[in-house]
Design a protein around this ligand. Structure first.
Ligand SMILES: [Zn+2]
Length: 225
């Protein structure tokens, strides 16, 4: 089994740990972390460093205040046991008779997902409403399917959730976090006898480049809904 080769850059992990990513990007990173021990450890280390820096900059008096405040809060919550209303989690996303695990960040928000719609080729898409200017979609590629060659007018992030897909540059397995931008041109297709589910984040429509596929450009907005 091939392992994850593509990760978010360090800067993205820093912003994630600081809670400064926009919600859509934060969902993408958190979904990658579910697959990637290496990045989980990196985020944990960043969080510890941030906590240590915070302690260093806090005057002693203030941290005493903080201690007594925390104590007060803990006493209060011991007295009044508040039952948090548990949102019903949806742990899977289904497509026909197929089921795939849903990233945890989306499990509490199934109402923001879907429905599935068909795109040219054997591609299906379910849109995710995330609070962001970018567009998030589940993209399902059935066995023996390919997306026409395209470039990107902005940034495209693809996170593989299940199966494998390949393009001119390599093959990608669950957890791979692939960043494509205006310099990249590729033709994603499924590996032999495999289907593939990805979560993608696009900040501009795709641009189809090769021969007949360029006729798809009027439809490229379809990938950007
Ligand atoms: Zn990683």
């Amino acid at each position: 089994m091939t392992s994850i080769q593509f990760h978010p850059v360090e800067e993205t992990l820093n912003l994630y740990a600081a809670g400064q990513l926009d919600p859509a990007m934060s969902i993408m990173v958190s979904a990658h972390l579910e697959y990637c021990t290496e990045c989980r450890q990196r985020v944990h280390a960043i969080e510890q460093k941030m906590a240590a820096q915070l302690e260093d900059t806090q005057p002693a008096a203030m941290s005493n205040d903080l201690d007594s405040m925390l104590q007060m809060i803990m006493q209060q919550s011991a007295e009044t046991v508040i039952e948090p209303s548990q949102p019903r989690l949806q742990e899977e996303i289904s497509l026909g008779d197929k089921r795939f695990p849903l990233p945890r960040a989306l499990q509490a928000h199934p109402q923001h997902i879907g429905p599935w719609g068909r795109l040219p080729g054997k591609i299906q898409r379910a849109r995710v409403d995330a609070v962001s200017d970018s567009k998030m979609n589940f993209i399902y590629m059935d066995q023996d399917s390919a997306l026409p060659e395209h470039t990107h007018q902005g940034q495209e992030i693809t996170l593989v959730l299940a199966g494998t897909f390949i393009d001119d540059a390599g093959s990608y397995v669950p957890g791979d976090f692939i960043i494509q931008n205006t310099e990249n041109k590729h033709t994603p297709r499924t590996a032999a006898n495999q289907d593939c589910l990805c979560l993608t984040l696009l900040d501009a429509p795709l641009h189809f480049t090769s021969g007949l596929a360029s006729l798809l450009n009027p439809f490229s907005q379809l990938f950007f809904k």
